[in-house]
Design a protein around this ligand. Structure first.
Ligand SMILES: NC(=O)c1ccc[n+]([C@@H]2O[C@H](COP(=O)([O-])OP(=O)(O)OC[C@H]3O[C@@H](n4cnc5c(N)ncnc54)[C@H](OP(=O)(O)O)[C@@H]3O)[C@@H](O)[C@H]2O)c1
Length: 330
């Protein structure tokens, strides 16, 4: 495995000589802007859409807030931290016709370049600087002296310094404290989307709901079913995070481990074809097309799916449980 780079290996120079604009002030945008400033990067601009609800927060944090067009005219590098599905529209309507010649583009996810939402011109250093994890954790881990793992890649290298910029950016947001690895837009985009759809979010939620439904159908109370299929997930996830899957097995009962080894085979067998179809759907660009089309329809599909999920019986059981727990504390 390639050795990671750490803070001491990386020169922040490419950031200090450029004016940097962060587009979007959501979970990642805010954390990146604050961490970069704390690492001594001066004059970071925050660029927001007209009427953005995030303007007051960015100003309260002490940043100069500008329109995206103004950032495109002024900045030497844009870090696009707005919602992925809006990247094509932001680029076409607010950046492409305004950008300073030679302006670099930094992305935190391979999605919009890999699936063709943005096609930067040849004078545009285009790099991936992906902090792997939720935006809030970029800030919270930094404040504790740590950082998230970072991956960098170069899509276009007009200046000959694109890689140095990506590495400096990752070090600037704190990833140099954890470790910084080289990747590619293709690898990061597929791994990120497959991971979230198949395992971390889609797969985990499907397993939890199916487990809950199966227990309730078997006559178990919703409260008990919720505890055993959802509530306890955190303890297992924490063990896996700290010790890996094999280490987690060592920390649970032999009964749980023996039974789990028996059923893992059939479960894997059942889901593997679904996972393979996700790989095909993502790499063909079909998933990106459907998601951008839904965004263009006002996220109708997302909103309907979200409402359906919120109405599941599991949620009522969880609300009731959370309302009851912890009341015995003195
Ligand atoms: N590689 C990884 O592991 C990883 C993990 C998580 C996230 N990310 C990436 O980080 C980026 C940001 O994610 P996030 O979690 O910070 O998202 P977020 O919290 O939802 O924030 C999104 C920001 O995008 C802005 N935005 C949305 N639509 C816009 C539009 N049409 N025009 C202009 N601005 C718009 C929002 O603006 P308002 O404030 O005005 O509403 C908000 O500030 C994404 O590219 C995401 O893929 C990468």
């Amino acid at each position: 495995m390639t050795q990671p780079l750490y803070e001491a290996d990386i020169d922040l120079g490419p950031l200090r000589t450029r004016t940097l604009a962060i587009v979007g002030y959501g979970n990642h945008g805010r954390s990146h802007a604050l961490n970069l400033r704390d690492q001594g990067v001066k004059g970071v601009l925050v660029a927001l859409r007209e009427g953005s609800p995030s303007k007051a927060k960015a100003e309260a944090d002490g940043f100069e807030v500008v329109a995206i067009e103004e950032a495109a005219r002024r900045a030497d590098a844009l870090s696009l931290l707005a919602a992925d599905e809006a990247h094509g529209q932001i680029w076409d309507d607010h950046v492409a016709g305004h950008r300073k010649p030679g302006q670099a583009l930094i992305l935190c996810h391979g999605f919009s370049v890999e699936y063709g939402l943005i096609d930067p011109p040849d004078d545009c250093d285009t790099v991936l600087a992906a902090a792997k994890g939720p935006g809030g954790a970029v800030r919270s881990s930094f404040e504790k002296g740590g950082g998230l793992v970072g991956f960098w890649a170069v899509h276009k290298d007009a200046s000959g310094e694109a890689g140095a910029l990506a590495r400096a950016y990752l070090a600037g947001i704190g990833c140099g404290r954890a470790g910084i690895f080289e990747s590619s837009f293709r690898e990061e985009a597929l791994a990120d989307i497959l991971g979230e759809q198949a395992v971390l979010v889609g797969g985990m939620c499907a397993l939890a709901r199916t487990g809950f439904e199966t227990l309730v159908e078997a006559g178990i109370s919703p409260r008990m079913a919720y505890i055993d299929t959802v509530h306890e997930l955190k303890y297992i996830a924490d063990l896996i995070h700290e010790r890996g899957i094999a280490g987690m097995y060592e920390a649970i009962s032999d009964t749980a481990e023996f039974g789990s080894h028996e059923v893992e085979g059939p479960i894997s067998h059942a889901v593997r074809p679904v996972f393979q179809s996700i790989v095909r759907d993502v790499t063909s660009g079909d998933f990106a097309k459907r998601w951008v089309a839904d965004y263009d329809r006002g996220r109708a599909g997302l909103k309907a799916a979200r409402a359906k999920a919120a109405g599941h019986a599991l949620e009522a059981a969880g609300r009731e449980l959370r309302g009851l727990l912890g009341k015995g504390r003195t």
